[in-house]
Write a protein that binds this ligand. Structure first.
Ligand code: ADP
Length: 240
């Protein structure tokens, strides 16, 4: 489970995340939606322990900076950061060693095959296209079999096969009881498979939408535009 409680992050005077609380349970896909600048990346980086912030974040009950939390959390950043001089195989080996994994090779092979990387094993990080780098980044995040995974704009740059496979992998992880938090501005990409959506605007969670509570016939997109456009029209009315 991913639990964020009263998280506030400021860059100087700008409050990028303002008292954010959210929960993604085991076996749930949580989606973070919001326009550019809403504060999604800041929140993701804070949850992953890459930024300092006020408030608390726990992963399966462990404070997010703890070794236990890091062991249980997988992170797929928006921009893959591979080692230019390591091959695809070496990336996975590096992760296996860092996490002291045992019997990881079979799972590594399975992941490489799913993402059509099996013939790219000996390619260096710098030789891979953006989409291939993204796929390697996903494989590295999943190799330690995390119980919580955070993905920042994971489908951007992937080819159609990669998109279909990643969606299937996310559905499998959810079925296995993993807690998944996906940040995106592409509503279509998550419309089929989500449990709870947090719509962010100006550093705050403007609305929480549970799939079970969404009225029939209404789409996530409707709720999104109600929050983001609704606020804009309210603003212009106030100015007039
Ligand atoms: P999103 O991911 O939703 O597009 P961000 O979290 O990247 O939003 O940004 C939220 C706000 O914080 C924006 O106003 C952005 O300009 C600002 N911001 C992001 N990173 C920094 C930084 N390193 N220094 C100062 N301001 C930042």
């Amino acid at each position: 489970m991913i639990e964020v409680s009263h998280l506030t992050k400021k860059y100087g005077k700008l409050c990028a995340n303002d008292d954010i609380s959210l929960t993604v349970g085991a076996g749930e896909i949580g989606v973070l939606l919001g326009p550019n600048g809403a504060g999604k990346s800041t929140l993701i980086k804070s949850v992953c322990g890459l930024l300092r912030f006020k408030g608390t974040v726990t992963i399966a009950g462990f404070e997010n900076h703890s070794v236990q939390a890091k062991r249980l959390l997988g992170y797929v950043p928006e921009f893959p950061a591979l080692y230019p001089m390591l091959t695809v195989t070496e990336h996975l080996e590096f992760i296996a060693r860092a996490y002291r994994l045992e019997n990881w090779k079979e799972y590594a092979e399975e992941l490489l095959a799913r993402f059509e990387l099996d013939d790219k094993r000996q390619k260096l990080g710098k030789e891979l296209s953006k989409g291939m780098q993204q796929k390697v980044s996903v494989c590295c995040a999943l190799l330690p079999r995390p119980t919580a995974v955070i993905l920042d704009e994971p489908l951007v740059g992937l080819d159609p096969h990669g998109i279909r496979e990643l969606k299937a992998v996310l559905a499998d992880l959810r079925a296995q009881g993993c807690a998944l938090l996906i940040s995106t501005h592409m509503i279509d990409s998550v419309e089929e498979n989500w449990d709870v959506t947090y719509i962010m605007n100006r550093g705050r969670i403007a609305r929480t939408v549970r799939r079970t509570e969404l009225d029939s016939g209404r789409r996530l997109e409707d709720a999104y535009f109600e929050v983001t456009e609704g606020e804009k029209s309210g603003e212009s009315e106030a100015k007039e």
